[in-house]
Every structure is written in structure tokens, then in C-alpha cells.
Design a protein around this ligand. Structure first.
Ligand SMILES: [Zn+2]
Ligand SMILES: [Zn+2]
Length: 290
């Protein structure tokens, strides 16, 4: 069975019941001051994402991910409904949360759980996914009723390549920024109304060009643009204006790229023959180059 995992606003009776059961069961194994489970109100805070797992109309379990800082997440509220224990619900939820943490670019995922025997299965599950015991993190303090576990996350790599496939690349996600560029140089170099770029640190990007087909063309503005000399795909941009950065044409990625586009850059030189319907901020050349 593959549970259907979805975002949950905690308004349903079933999920509130499961959460109440979760909070109550904590009181059986830990004194009140050692209970760190979040209640409904806390789970609705903006830094928390809460999911429930379903098999049709049947609630199987829940789990949550709390952002501690932009690189560190905490797993909360892992609970399987009693009739569905030992059916892989927690495993599915944990995989879902780990995937989401990677997608967000977290480099570390941590959790607090109980030290009592009742928490053995949970601790074994986390250990089987590479979580290791650690000291208290965030605002936690050492507590005989608590154990802390943590897992370092490898950055997600997004790959892509040119039209003919001869020149490939990969870059660690998330990108530093993703922006639509409406500058006239991008328009002409790509033959397009605008170009969406993912800006990454060059140190986390790799260009694979085994046949030496990539050609860097130096522009009058101090920028250099690289294209595949076999198929002509315009691929990369770099400039002394943004030292250490490699800009990769967003459309050439095959894998998911994060974040989503954030801004329209050089909006003052946009073409007049396309209407932009989004609410992203618009920045003029003057605002960018100042
Ligand atoms: Zn090519
Ligand atoms: Zn541009």
C-alpha cells in the first residue's frame, strides 16, 4: 500500500483525533516538562508544514516538518494510527519529509523522540534512514526522557544539457537565485523575449564537455556567454560583475530546479509583444546595476 500523503490544515475531526491520541500517549512515557509534541495551534505556525497520510477515506498517520533555519529542519508529529501500525506508514511519511527537506535545500534534518522503550521502533526506523544520535539542538536541553537524532543531507543535484546533449552540466540545488532576465543582450543571444537564469556558485556547478564543444563568447559588457558549437544552445553566462557565480539557462535543466523564479530583472527593456501575468517583483537595469 502506498499511502496518499497530503498537506493538512488540521481542521478535520479524524486528524484532530489522531493528534489528541499522539499528545496523550506522550504523557504515558514522559513527564510533562519532557514532552515537546506540538499541539494544533503550534502546528499551524508558518514554519511548520503538516501532512496526513490516507488510504482512501482511512487516516493512516501524520507527520510534520519545521524549519529551524534555512538549512536545518526538524521532524515533528510522526504518528501512525493504531489500526495501521507496522504497514510502512511511518516509513512512507519519513521518506516524504526527507524528500521535502532536500527539495528545500536543508543540509540537516533533526528530531527529538522519547528515550523510553515505547519509542524503540521509532528510533530504529530513524536509524535505518541514517539518523545518528546527537546532542540537543535548537532550543532543546539535555533530558533523560529525550533522545536527539540528526542526519546530514546531501544537496540535491539538478542536471541538464544542451539541445544535442553533447554538453551537460549539474548544479547543487537550491540555486542562489532564479530570475527572468529581460536585458537586450539576453534577448539577442537567445533569440527570445526573455531568458530565465538559475544563478549558482560556480563551485557547486560542474560542466561536462568531453568533446570540447563549449565556446565562451566575450561580450562588450564584461560578460561571457557560452554556447554549444554543435547545436547552438546558449547555455551559460558569467561576468566579473557577479564573481564566482555561474548563470545557467533555466530551460536546459532536466531535473527540478529550486527556487521558483523570483523576479523580473531588467524589466525596463522588456519586449512589448508579450504580457506578463505574474505578481513577481520587477527590477529595472538601474536598480540592478546601481
Ligand atoms: Zn549541443
Ligand atoms: Zn540578461
Amino acid at each position: 500500500m502506498m499511502p496518499n500523503i497530503r498537506r493538512d490544515d488540521l481542521s478535520g475531526a479524524a486528524i484532530r483525533g489522531l493528534l489528541a491520541e499522539h499528545l496523550h500517549s506522550m504523557t504515558l512515557h514522559s513527564p510533562p516538562e519532557s514532552i515537546h509534541a506540538l499541539d494544533v495551534e503550534a502546528l499551524r505556525r508558518p514554519e511548520v508544514t503538516f501532512w496526513s497520510a490516507w488510504d482512501g477515506e482511512e487516516l493512516l498517520g501524520c507527520g510534520a516538518l519545521m524549519e529551524l533555519d534555512p538549512a536545518h529542519g526538524e521532524i515533528k508529529s510522526m504518528r501512525t494510527a493504531t489500526p495501521h501500525l507496522r504497514r510502512g506508514v511511518a516509513r512512507s511519511m519519513l521518506e516524504h519529509i526527507i524528500a521535502e527537506a532536500r527539495r528545500r535545500g536543508y543540509r540537516r534534518l533533526s528530531l527529538e523522540t522519547g528515550s523510553a522503550a515505547a519509542f524503540d521502533p521509532a528510533r530504529r526506523l530513524y536509524a535505518s534512514y541514517g539518523f545518528e544520535y546527537c546532542g540537543p539542538f535548537a532550543d532543546y536541553v539535555l533530558d533523560p526522557y529525550s533522545v536527539f537524532m540528526t542526519k546530514a543531507l546531501e544537496p540535491a543535484l539538478a542536471r541538464g544539457g544542451c539541445l544535442c546533449g553533447a554538453v551537460g552540466f549539474s548544479a547543487a540545488m537550491p540555486a542562489k537565485w532564479v530570475a527572468h532576465c529581460h536585458c537586450t543582450r539576453c534577448q539577442r543571444a537567445h533569440g527570445a523575449a526573455f531568458v530565465t537564469w538559475a544563478g549558482v556558485e560556480a563551485s557547486v556547478a560542474r560542466i561536462d564537455d568531453p568533446e570540447g564543444l563549449l565556446h565562451w563568447h566575450a561580450g562588450a559588457d564584461g560578460g561571457e556567454r557560452a554556447f554549444c558549437t554543435r547545436c547552438g544552445s546558449p547555455m551559460f553566462f558569467r561576468s566579473t560583475r557577479w564573481p564566482g557565480e555561474l548563470h545557467i539557462a533555466r530551460a536546459l535543466f532536466r531535473d527540478p530546479v529550486t527556487p521558483a523564479p523570483q523576479v523580473h530583472a531588467f524589466h525596463d527593456t522588456r519586449v512589448e509583444w508579450i504580457q506578463l501575468g505574474d505578481a513577481l517583483p520587477r527590477r529595472s537595469a538601474q536598480e540592478i546595476l546601481k
